[in-house]
Design a protein around this ligand. Structure first.
Ligand code: PLP
Length: 448
């Protein structure tokens, strides 16, 4: 591994430049002592400042399932940049945004067919929450303002997202947010080392019913969950859980939002988690994989009658039906990247590939059972989570050390809280699956 000064020299960076960047979700002090610089990426591999190839075991940040630096996306983006670099999306349109919106609906479950573009997962969540509240007002039920999220849920970093999110370090530094309540997470001790969907947990939906009894459905706008909780530790939904959730929301006239920023476009082996788990929400949020990570983009996709409600109660036709949107909503370059990415997913049949290879990944991942410090393993599709027992007095040290050891060995995996997370590229080969799993096992063993 290169020393810090070698890294800076090969990147042609000064200490001042290193210090200037306040890095997101990064231990800045530690990183700046030991910078891990990625200088290029192709296919399933990053190249670091020292020229080492590093296997990307998280598809970027669950973004680049089709592999990095895809020429088809680069060409589409370049062409777009030289023909229409930007078009205002307020009161004016450009064809690619409509084309991509419709294309996205083809990946959505039946009934979700109105697409609102954003630039990130956080903005998609914010949009869904705002639409939920405004929808009830349009329906004359303005008291429906409370949101229900889930412990361990991750819904991005904006105020709505951290309010409904259920990961304490993302919330507590920022003080009060929206009125929210949280149902229990599904990580039950009896489900440890379950392959795929755990058997136990559907009963936890009774917690939602208790909450509805406490606050009254007339005060609750929406429930938001990730069909498979990702950043909270990779928690596939228990058998029957999402169906019960849907039934309770329908019964009590509460909107159900699926945050599919990770699970949308193939990660579960289906177009969406909704499709994979057979439950259709009222709104669904996406980002990440929609452009294969190449250009920031997100979207909120809603049921048509939610959209229609805004149109019907929109007042005079020249007025805005929803006073919400972003300067870069439906950005032409993001749309070009999105269209090219979805083409790749389809042409290369990458989503069925995830489905057909996921049993192999499951077996390989679970072969780590019995390795020291591993107290649980979970998986679904091409997502995997490994819980690491805390070191005495240092709860998060071991996952960090394991991820860093993997990096030294030429494998990028993520640690989040007490979990090592894997989000394999959709193009991975069996041998590469085994290599990344072996690297995790070796890294853990070398810690002792
Ligand atoms: N929702 C979920 C489920 C996510 O996993 C993420 C990011 O990982 C977000 C929202 C936020 O997305 P972004 O970082 O693009 O704002």
């Amino acid at each position: 591994m290169q020393s810090k000064s070698e890294v800076l020299a090969s990147c042609n960076l000064s200490q001042e430049q290193l210090d200037s960047y306040w890095m997101p979700y990064t231990s800045n002090r530690e990183f700046k002592k030991n910078p891990r610089m990625i200088v290029s990426a192709e296919g399933k591999y990053f190249t670091d400042a020292g020229g080492r190839k590093v296997f990307d075991g998280l598809s970027g940040l669950w973004t680049c399932g089709a592999g990095h630096s895809r020429p088809e996306i680069a060409e589409a983006v370049a062409k777009q940049l030289t023909s229409l670099d930007y078009a205002p999306s307020f009161q004016f349109g450009h064809p690619q945004a409509f084309e991509l919106a419709h294309r996205i609906t083809e990946f959505m479950p039946e009934g979700l067919n109105r697409v609102f573009f954003t630039n990130s997962g956080s903005e998609s969540v914010e949009t869904a929450l705002k639409v939920a509240r405004a929808y009830w007002r349009k329906k004359g039920q303005a008291s429906k303002t409370r949101f229900i999220g889930r412990v361990k849920g991750y819904h991005g970093t904006n105020w709505g997202g951290i309010s409904v999110g259920g990961i304490a370090p993302n919330k507590t530094p920022f003080g009060p947010g929206l009125e929210t309540s949280h149902i229990e997470h599904t990580m039950l001790p009896e489900n440890k080392f379950t392959k795929g969907m755990p058997d136990e947990g559907a009963h936890l939906i009774s917690g939602l019913e208790d909450m509805i009894a406490l606050y009254d459905a007339t005060n609750i706008a929406a429930v938001i969950v990730e069909p498979m909780s990702g950043s909270g530790g990779v928690l596939p939904p228990p058998v029957g859980y999402l169906k019960r959730l849907r039934e309770v929301c329908t019964k009590h006239n509460i909107l159900l939002i699926f945050d599919e920023v990770i699970t949308g476009f193939g990660r579960m082996g289906s177009n969406t988690g909704a499709e994979e788990f057979g439950v259709v929400p009222d709104m669904l949020t996406i980002a990440k994989q929609v452009t294969n990570g190449a250009v920031p983009m997100g979207a909120m996709i809603s049921r048509q009658d939610i959209y229609d409600t805004f149109m019907e109660h929109g007042g005079a036709e020249y007025l805005l039906e929803l006073a919400h949107g972003y300067t870069y909503s439906g950005h032409p370059v993001a749309c070009a990247a999105g269209l090219a990415s979805l083409d790749i997913l389809e042409k290369e049949q990458l989503i069925p590939r995830v489905k057909s290879l996921s049993p192999y990944f499951e077996e390989s991942l679970h072969s780590l059972k019995g390795t020291q410090y591993i107290s649980d393993i979970r998986n679904y599709g091409f997502a995997g989570g490994i819980t690491i027992e805390p070191a005495p007095g240092e709860p998060l040290l071991r996952p960090y050390q394991i991820a860093m050891k993997c990096w030294e060995k030429g494998f990028y995996v993520r640690y989040g809280g007490d979990t090592i997370q894997l989000g394999l590229p959709f193009t991975i080969e069996k041998e590469e699956i085994d290599n990344v799993i072996n690297a995790i096992g070796e890294s853990i063993n070398e810690l002792s």
